[in-house]
Design a protein around this ligand. Structure first.
Ligand SMILES: [Fe+2]
Ligand SMILES: [Fe+2]
Length: 165
């Protein structure tokens, strides 16, 4: 069993990761409709990654003899004006997840919950990588025009992304 406040916060993050997965699926749909199937693939993989993150919280709660509790998902943003706007929203979403993870770390630290601190380490690293990935994509996208040759090359590149198990 874990401290009640900590259990609640871990469970909230379990649900936040599911919400992130939901939002990325909506972004994939935006690209699918525009026939940018590589960008769509990129976001479908991203969505599945977030689902994996959620399940890490699920498994951790179970390991600590707690019960994961599903909350309702909010409708994500379904419409965007450009690929750049999607990437900028993604970066904002990742930054807010990073802030959530930091709050969790602070709470676990305050409670001296060492197992939880160790569990959360992986997420600190992951958030650094995800923010960097979106920052780099934004930099590339800012220099090119949608639908032109280099944009289509990015679409081909994103078509290759696969889920890492
Ligand atoms: Fe995540
Ligand atoms: Fe993420």
């Amino acid at each position: 069993m874990l401290n009640e406040r900590l259990t609640q916060a871990l469970n909230d993050q379990f649900n936040n990761e599911l919400q992130a997965s939901h939002a990325y699926t909506a972004m994939a749909a935006y690209f699918s409709k525009r026939n940018y199937h590589g960008f769509a693939n990129f976001f479908l993989v991203q969505s599945r990654e977030e689902h994996q993150h959620a399940m890490r919280f699920y498994d951790y709660l179970v390991t600590m003899d707690e019960k994961p509790a599903l909350q309702g998902l909010e409708a994500p943003k379904n419409d965007y004006s450009s690929a750049l706007e999607v990437m900028e929203s993604s970066l904002e979403q990742e930054k807010s997840v990073t802030a959530n993870i930091y709050d969790l770390v602070s709470l676990a630290d305050e409670l001296q919950e060492h197992a939880t601190l160790s569990f959360l380490d992986w997420f600190i690293e992951e958030q650094m990588e995800e923010e960097k990935m979106f920052r780099d994509i934004i930099t590339r996208l800012k220099g090119i025009e949608e639908g032109r040759e280099y944009f289509l090359k990015m679409d081909d590149e994103f078509a290759e992304r696969k889920l890492e198990e």
